[in-house]
Design a protein. Structure first.
Length: 240
């Protein structure tokens, strides 16, 4: 974790159950006492229930396909632009936004996830099983994806939580966290890159990294596109 590497970390979320999990981890580990955790809405981040540094953040991380769960309430990507602008406004000069989304370009064409790659260093977990994706189409265009999956939490801190169920995996029954009905609104790589450049400016340094690598072999299809944008307007990190 970033905290274990000596960084000061501020974490926000708009989901109370995720905040509860984070606070529980903090409570169990006294060495994480300086970890700030609070409610925060991407569309009103300055009012988040945390203490923002006056000079701005060195880095903001919005990862795990999180940005794709934000609906475009206002249409024409105005909601997403507002969220990205809020990220930028909280960065110090020279600070960096690191953000990702799934390889929706592949999913939109093939209507399934890219093949799993053993070469991927990003979200490469053998705990996830029973993965299912439902596509919502409108006028022949995919406008929403509903992700469902199960996670084997054997041997973890979650194993004895009240919301954990026993489910069959292969020939065994394992303690399982159900990740059900997670809605996502697909972004193409070119489209989302254009949004970032529109907010940070063409003169800002932008980088696209397939699965958090500078490049991958030609025969590997990335599962995620990871992007960074440098604020031209590092020891403190906010995780959203």
């Amino acid at each position: 974790m970033l905290l274990e590497e000596g960084y000061r970390v501020v974490s926000t979320d708009a989901m109370e159950n995720f905040l509860l999990k984070a606070r529980e981890v903090k409570r169990k580990r006294p060495e994480l006492a300086d970890w700030q955790i609070g409610f925060g809405d991407w569309l009103d981040l300055k009012s988040a229930d945390v203490e923002h540094p006056v000079e701005g953040y060195d880095a903001i991380l919005c990862i795990g396909n999180s940005i794709a769960t934000l609906p475009d309430f206002e249409g024409k990507n105005r909601t997403h632009v507002k969220a990205l602008q809020n990220f930028k406004d909280l960065l110090k000069v020279g600070g960096v936004l690191i953000i990702d989304h799934r390889n929706f370009d592949y999913i939109l064409v093939h209507k399934r996830f890219p093949p799993n790659s053993h070469g991927s260093i990003y979200y490469n977990s053998d705990r996830v099983f029973n993965v299912k994706t439902d596509l919502v189409e409108k006028e022949g265009r995919v406008v929403q994806m509903i992700f469902n999956s199960d996670m084997d939490v054997s041997g973890t801190e979650l194993e004895n939580d009240s919301d954990i169920k026993l489910k069959k995996r292969d020939e065994s029954m394992v303690p399982t966290l159900e990740l059900n009905d997670i809605p996502c609104y697909p972004h193409t790589l070119d489209g989302f890159t254009a949004l970032l450049k529109g907010v940070f400016g063409d003169e800002a340094e932008h980088q696209v990294m397939p699965d958090f690598r500078e490049k991958v072999p030609e025969d590997i299809v990335p599962n995620y596109w990871s992007m960074s944008s440098l604020n031209l307007k590092i020891s403190l990190v906010v995780v959203l």
